[in-house]
Design a protein around this ligand. Structure first.
Ligand code: ADP
Ligand code: MG
Length: 193
């Protein structure tokens, strides 16, 4: 097992977070929790980059389709009527395309966050992918009420303000994908544990 204090995760403040002026608020939540920011930059992503940022395997795409399906069922809404299919892969592909459009719709902030169980902590601070289900106190739960039923009706991705790597595999990929070694500035904080 690697040292838990050394764990790194990638946080992106998505275009809606930047447009709504939530950059400082979001950074502050990570810092106050005791997680260290070791890289930070604003940038404009290109479609091909977002395509490579997210997993491309069928399992992951079907999972997106499943999330939509579950959300429609919970609210008793007509999936077939609105999306024209109930096929998980087809729905997943649709959602993934909307996701690419969303992530290039304005500048984002990319951040490397380091600290104890950084990946799990990043997910906790972000909250559920569906803001309407996210706990109050999380970033998504405090600043959005969006979900799949609302987003898919408008043929767009869920606007949920931040991205945070979900697994060690994702974090490792995203770290290498978005950051050069010389852009990482590890340092000691006075409250380092
Ligand atoms: P997370 O960002 O919490 O890791 P996922 O990896 O499941 O969530 O999905 C990636 C992003 O795709 C989400 O953050 C959200 O912006 C968008 N998204 C996920 N599921 C849906 C959906 N059913 N409809 C529209 N957009 C979605
Ligand atoms: Mg994810």
């Amino acid at each position: 097992m690697t040292n838990p204090k050394e764990e790194k995760t990638v946080v992106l403040i998505k275009p809606d977070g930047v447009k709504r002026g939530l950059v400082g608020e979001i950074i502050s939540r990570f810092e106050k929790r005791g997680l260290k920011i070791i890289s930070l930059e604003m940038f404009q992503a290109q479609k091909e980059q977002i395509d490579d940022h997210y997993p491309k395997d069928e399992k992951w795409i079907k999972r997106l389709g499943q999330k939509t399906t579950n959300n429609y069922q919970e609210h008793g809404m007509d999936l077939m009527g609105e999306l024209g299919t109930e096929d998980l892969l087809e729905i997943g592909k649709m959602v993934r395309n909307w996701l690419v459009e969303y992530m290039v719709s304005g500048p984002m902030i990319k951040i490397v966050v380091k600290g104890v169980h950084a990946i799990k902590m990043g997910r906790k601070l972000a909250g559920s992918s569906m803001p309407s289900e996210a706990q109050v106190g999380t970033i998504r739960g405090d600043f959005s009420v969006d979900d799949a039923t609302a987003a898919n009706r408008d043929k767009r991705a869920i606007h949920n303000i931040v991205h945070a790597s979900e697994t060690l595999e994702e974090a490792t990929h995203e770290l290498g994908f978005w950051f050069a070694a010389e852009d990482i500035f590890d340092h000691k904080r006075t409250d380092d544990i």
